[in-house]
Design a protein around this ligand. Structure first.
Ligand code: HEC
Length: 107
């Protein structure tokens, strides 16, 4: 019985360590938590989309499409076009955060 308990404890500790290692690795790669969507929006997007995301932003489109547009860009009927921000270093989680932020400020 005692052996079983020791084994269970060892397993639990191993899993805790593994979870911690995975978590810190993910935090380093994605860093989605540290990403400030509001600041990025004000720096890069507000000029075309406006302070309340009222311009050139159809919030009725599916989230997945909106995220893809942030990553890959979109040609408008006439210039200026929406640039693809993936090549400027925006990752998918950050694009999601930006879309969520735009929806939150749109009235
Ligand atoms: C040079 C102007 C410009 C900048 C800067 C810009 N966009 Fe856009 N964006 C556009 C245009 C134009 C469209 C296409 C609108 C259309 O289809 O009529 C668009 C479309 C979008 C869409 C899809 C919504 C739709 O109705 O098509 C999203 C989401 C979006 N932009 C997010 C962003 C984000 C986030 C940033 C900053 C990282 C950004 N945009 C920066 C011009 C810009």
């Amino acid at each position: 019985m005692k052996k079983l308990r020791t084994l269970a404890l060892a397993t639990a500790i191993t899993m805790l360590i593994a979870a911690f290692v995975l978590f810190s690795a993910a935090a380093q790669i994605g860093n989605a938590d540290a990403f400030d969507a509001a600041a990025t929006y004000k720096g890069k997007c507000v000029a075309c989309h406006g302070a309340a995301a009222a311009k050139k932003f159809d919030a009725t489109l599916a989230d997945a499409d909106l995220v893809q547009i942030v990553l890959k860009g979109k040609k408008a009927g006439k210039p200026p076009n929406m640039a693809g921000y993936e090549e400027k270093g925006i990752i998918e989680d950050q694009a999601k955060a930006l879309v969520a932020y735009m929806k939150s400020i749109k009235k």
